[in-house]
Design a protein around this ligand. Structure first.
Ligand code: ZN
Length: 242
């Protein structure tokens, strides 16, 4: 079976992967409370699953998945036990330095995949920051913002309408599919720290929601690899008129 996990490689594997213009996914999530029914690693697990399944589905070129950057920006969840957050500047530095390392090793197609709402604005801003300050081109997406995902999720969900409410229908469904042993549906209810209604979650919805996110990511990776995505995201750079 082909290797997709960065940490399973040996150092002599990397030269070939760079030559083959591999896409590198940097999953970014959180370790934070998800109500009384979901595990603390919900975002990390969902995000890593989307990244890994997409990487395994693509055969035309290699796709590598870094270990999840598990601490995110979650100060708003610190009121509940279990949450580990970085400060804003620390988080930004961690992401920047990881991208710089990946780039230093020769990779030119770098995609941040985010799985936590509190990180979204930071992830979207990384493209401008890394281009302007480090001359490194990256793209960044939160998995529920990938192409086609919102529309598909709206048709699957009864309460979360096209996005992932915190510890609600989407995230609970995904976890019932991915790590059911860590979910306690007897404790699933709308309590402080849960934004939405987890009681509508099912394993079947979780499988369909995950497949939609994986399809959206596969499309995005293909567009990144072919150069189509960079063209679409190009912003106008002002040049002085001679
Ligand atoms: Zn979450």
């Amino acid at each position: 079976m082909k290797k997709t996990q960065w940490e399973h490689l040996r150092r002599n594997h990397f030269a070939t992967l760079v030559e083959q213009d591999a896409v590198v996914i940097i999953p970014v999530a959180s370790i934070e409370q998800h109500g009384e029914h979901l595990p603390i690693n919900t975002d990390a697990n969902n995000c890593h699953a989307v990244a890994t399944r997409a990487a395994e589905s693509i055969d035309r070129f290699p796709v590598l998945v870094l270990p999840v950057v598990w601490p995110g920006y979650s100060p708003h969840h610190m009121v509940h036990p279990g949450t580990i957050t970085l400060k804003f500047d620390t988080f930004l530095h961690v992401l920047t330095e990881i991208a710089v390392c990946v780039h230093t090793h020769g990779f030119r197609k770098i995609l941040f995949l985010n799985g936590h709402g509190g990180n979204s604005a930071i992830i979207s801003s990384l493209r401008l920051k890394l281009t302007a300050e480090h001359e490194i081109s990256v793209v960044g997406y939160t998995y529920w913002d990938l192409p086609g995902v919102a529309a598909e999720w709206r048709s699957i969900c009864e309460t979360d309408k096209g996005f992932a409410g915190h510890a609600a229908e989407v995230e609970t469904s995904l976890q019932l599919y991915l790590q059911p042993d860590l979910v306690d549906m007897k404790e699933a209810r709308w309590v402080p720290g849960v934004y939405g209604d987890p009681t509508y979650a099912t394993r079947d919805k979780g499988e369909r929601l995950l497949n939609a996110a994986v399809s959206g990511l596969i499309e995005t990776i293909n567009d990144l690899h072919s150069g189509v995505l960079d063209k679409r995201l190009e912003w106008g750079i002002e040049v002085p008129i001679e």
